[in-house]
Design a protein around this ligand. Structure first.
Ligand code: MN
Length: 303
């Protein structure tokens, strides 16, 4: 019998980017973890905020930096961000909208709190590993202002990635996945059907939710192994969570800094290309310096 029991994985408190000048915004990194490097092809998850942004606060300022081999998914709960990239895209994002960037063989982007933004910032940044068949393709960017809104058993759901409850997100992905934002306005207890072929993880973003009997608040991820056909969500007061899932992604990944690849040598080459101005543009229109890559201190292993 496969083990179907949930596993609770505390997130790590980290600074937004050690290479960013100034004091980086602190956030909770829920993926990757040594015990759980990924969930389906979801291989990275940062939960930032909620932060108050008084006038004059720079908010989030992540200068130009490169990516390979992944898609970035930006999902806001409060506030606004401005994405700029080396394709020439400049896209503001607000809650309920999706920014999806496919790095392919290489892209440079920056993300910043625009000056005329609201007074709060709260959101999630995910990475999705690209399968080997498409990871060396061209970079691309999608913004989706309209996404499927679902109501089910007293829950309000937005489907930002993949398939759920017979609906499909318009976002382009390359492996079987789901990404849902779930609001529990009224207190209660209900069952959400899951794809039993997927492994899943749930991250509470607001309030407190009892998930399959385990009380969760912001700061931890609850992993549900493949084979679970539903999950029970119970709450006493308004709460919100993100659910991510996918078929187990079996290609071993080498992840380092902003790069996802298969071999150490690919990461070394991407780092050298970034630092020497090959392959990746250094500019996105961001009014600040590009971010330097750290040194690679040891041979990188696939997981
Ligand atoms: Mn990035």
């Amino acid at each position: 019998m496969p083990d179907l029991e949930p596993v609770i994985l505390p997130a790590r408190q980290v600074k937004l980017d050690d290479s960013t000048p100034g004091d980086g915004m602190s956030l909770r990194r829920a993926l990757p973890q040594s015990r759980r490097p990924r969930v389906g092809a979801w291989c990275f998850l940062d939960h930032f905020g909620p932060h108050d942004l008084p006038t004059g606060d720079p908010g989030m300022q992540v200068g130009p930096h490169p990516h390979i081999g992944l898609q970035t998914v930006t999902w806001l709960l409060e506030g606004e961000l401005l994405h700029r990239d080396s394709l020439g895209i400049e896209q503001r994002i607000r809650p309920g909208q999706l920014n999806l960037m496919s790095a392919g063989n290489g892209i440079t982007h920056s993300e910043e709190s625009p000056q005329d933004r609201g007074k709060r910032l709260h959101g999630l940044q995910f990475w999705i590993a690209l399968p080997d068949t498409v990871r060396n393709g061209d970079a691309s960017f999608e913004h989706h202002a309209e996404l499927p809104q679902l109501a089910f058993d007293g829950m309000d759901l937005t489907l930002f990635i993949g398939n759920a409850l017979g609906e499909q997100s318009p976002a382009t992905v390359h492996s079987p996945l789901v990404g849902l934002d779930i609001s529990l306005v009224d207190g209660g207890s209900r069952h959400l059907p899951l794809d039993g072929n997927f492994e899943h993880a749930l991250l509470v973003t607001e309030g407190e939710i009892v998930i399959d009997g385990h009380s969760l608040q912001p700061g931890a991820l609850l992993f549900l192994p493949r084979g679970n056909g539903f999950v029970n969500l119970a709450n006493a007061s308004p709460a919100r969570l993100a659910l991510l899932g996918g078929e187990p992604f079996t290609e071993p990944l080498v992840m380092w800094w902003n790069f996802v690849a298969r071999r150490h040598e690919e990461i070394v080459a991407a780092r050298e290309d970034w630092m020497s101005g090959r392959r990746f543009a250094r500019e996105t229109g961001y009014a600040g310096e590009a971010i330097s890559a750290p040194e690679i201190s040891a041979r990188l292993k696939a997981r």
